[in-house]
Design a protein around this ligand. Structure first.
Ligand SMILES: C[S@@+](CC[C@H](N)C(=O)[O-])C[C@H]1O[C@@H](n2cnc3c(N)ncnc32)[C@H](O)[C@@H]1O
Length: 258
């Protein structure tokens, strides 16, 4: 899981045109009570894509991220927009083991990141740690993909999500594609990102990085949450607040302590 160390500078330009990422954080912000300042903890906060707009909306935000290169970009962006550390605290930590000794009104995790916990043991540890950081009347918000059964039936998918993007920090245009290898007996996938660009001498350069992921099915999500002491308050299938249906692309759950 070292992907983000190698290519942290790619992360923002790589994803900035991704349609779902235009909607996920605004949808979360819209769900919050108006004119009330909340304490919000974002788990696996990456380059600050979500934490910065939350803090700009007036909430007291803490982001926890394991990868120092991703965290450094988030700090750079926070400072550039003039947010203070008391408005947005960015901490290095592993969300499976950290203990901030603080409870929050909202704990959230975006962009499929809960699927990085690929075993039941990791999922239990993750959810137990969410519990530890949630106020008794707080809400836990998670946003993962709704499994597409035809895609999951393929052992391997190649050359998916081809795109190109410019990386200002490296003055480099990168072409990307994604390969996915699956073992559904373990609900396990390896997603490999392949990057290609030309250096200053015109030579083609390549690098790749992989993440492991799982898929979680709707009833399984409910059971995982219930066994760790949560109940689902609302389950949406997309960012227009539609309920989960068979064709829905997302599972966005807002959960309370049971
Ligand atoms: C897909 S990115 C999402 C970043 C950000 N939340 C967003 O929505 O743009 C996943 C992030 O989770 C981080 N991560 C993965 N496992 C983690 C863990 N156990 N503890 C803390 N961060 C973790 C990765 O380093 C990476 O920055």
């Amino acid at each position: 899981m070292n992907r983000y160390r190698a290519v942290a500078e790619y992360y923002d330009p790589e994803h900035e045109r991704m349609e779902m990422l235009r909607h996920d954080v605004p949808f979360f912000l819209d769900s919050l009570p108006k004119r009330k300042r909340l304490s919000i903890l974002e788990l696996c906060s990456g380059t600050g894509r979500a934490t910065i707009p939350m803090a700009q909306a007036g909430h007291r935000v803490v982001g926890v991220e394991r990868d120092p290169a991703m965290l450094a970009i988030a700090v750079r962006k926070r400072d550039a927009v003039g947010l203070k550390e008391r408005e947005l605290k960015l901490l290095r930590g592993d969300v499976l083991t950290m203990n901030l000794r603080q409870k929050f009104d909202r704990v959230c995790i975006f962009f499929n990141t809960m699927l990085a916990f690929t075993t039941i043991e990791q999922q239990d540890r993750f959810l137990a740690n969410v519990r530890r950081h949630l106020k008794p009347r707080g809400l836990f918000w998670l946003d993962i993909f709704h499994p597409d059964h035809s895609l999951l039936a393929e052992r391997e998918s190649r050359k998916m999500e081809t795109s190109s993007f410019y990386v200002p920090a490296l003055d480099r245009t990168v072409v990307r594609h994604v390969d996915v290898l699956r073992d559904m007996s373990r609900q396990w996938m390896r997603v490999t990102f392949h990057y290609k660009w030309f250096d200053r001498r015109g030579l083609e350069r390549r690098e790749s990085a992989a993440v492991e992921m799982t898929a979680i099915f709707p009833r399984e999500l409910q059971l995982l949450l219930e066994r760790t002491g949560f109940r689902i308050d609302r389950l949406c299938g997309n960012y227009n607040a539609s309920p989960l249906r068979s064709e829905s692309p997302r599972m966005i759950a807002s959960c309370r302590l049971a």
